[in-house]
Design a protein around this ligand. Structure first.
Ligand code: NI
Ligand code: MN
Length: 243
């Protein structure tokens, strides 16, 4: 294991725990009620930062409970950060698309997503967002729920190592648009998410490689730079080399 190794655990859907540069980041912690998540709230290792991409319950999930319990920094759009603060989360960081902030754990940048974001009870939850974190040498993009957007071409210059992109269709982009998005962003590693959680977003994920290969070469990109697609078992802690 080199210093440039990070660890990523997928809990199914859009929930990930990323360990990099000595800190842990937990994205969209939909734990209770997530049919693919093999751990309980109590079994979940603590994180320093909890990030929420939008207000839907399969993303806000257990964020308030966990961030309060761990005294973690909760990062979300300003509306969701204020909502979580009003519900007892002490440390919150509210961002809006285009904005970034340096924290003691690393830098976090808030980027656009095309999706809704109502909070429980119909409270206004601002706009859905994605995040790009810079944690040590790792530059990681979690797209949240989104369509394919031309905005993604802007992410290429950030030099993203790992991109977590939804591909379940119906509520987000599907496999073909996920392949197009990956080609626009050009990460080293694609981590597909938000598929097969329920029947309505079931996808033949094994076809993604061929779709990506076609899009990548069609865009005139070099074959040896084709992003690697990782498929992880929920709950398993995976090492990922940063290169
Ligand atoms: Ni959603
Ligand atoms: Mn969702």
């Amino acid at each position: 294991m080199t210093q440039n190794t990070c660890f990523i655990t997928w809990y199914g859907h859009a929930a990930f725990r990323v360990e990099a540069a000595g800190y842990a980041w937990l994205f969209d912690p939909f734990i209770q009620g997530n049919p693919k998540c093999p751990v309980s709230l109590e079994q979940l290792p603590p994180a320093d930062v909890v990030l929420v991409s939008h207000g839907h319950s399969d993303h806000l999930g257990d964020a308030i409970e966990l961030a309060s319990r761990w005294n973690a920094l909760l990062v979300a759009n300003v509306e969701i950060a204020e909502y979580c603060h009003s519900r007892g989360v002490t440390h919150t960081l509210g961002l809006q698309p285009g904005g970034s902030a340096c924290t003691e754990f690393g830098q976090v940048r808030c980027v656009t997503a095309i999706h809704g974001s109502p909070l429980p009870g119909g409270r206004y939850g601002g706009v859905a967002v994605g995040f790009v974190i810079h944690a040590g040498d790792l530059i990681l993009y979690h797209a949240g729920d989104t369509a394919l957007t031309q905005d993604m071409t802007q992410l290429k210059r950030l030099g993203i190592h790992a991109a977590m992109l939804p591909c379940g269709d119906r509520f987000t982009m599907g496999l073909e648009d996920c392949a197009r998005a990956t080609t626009l962003i050009a990460p080293r590693v694609l981590i597909p998410m938000h598929y097969n959680t329920w029947n309505v977003i079931e996808q033949p994920i094994h076809t993604l490689h061929a779709l990506l290969h076609r899009e990548w070469l069609g865009a005139g990109r070099e074959e040896h730079r084709l992003p690697q697609i990782v498929e992880w078992t929920p709950g398993k802690r995976n090492a990922l080399d940063i290169y």
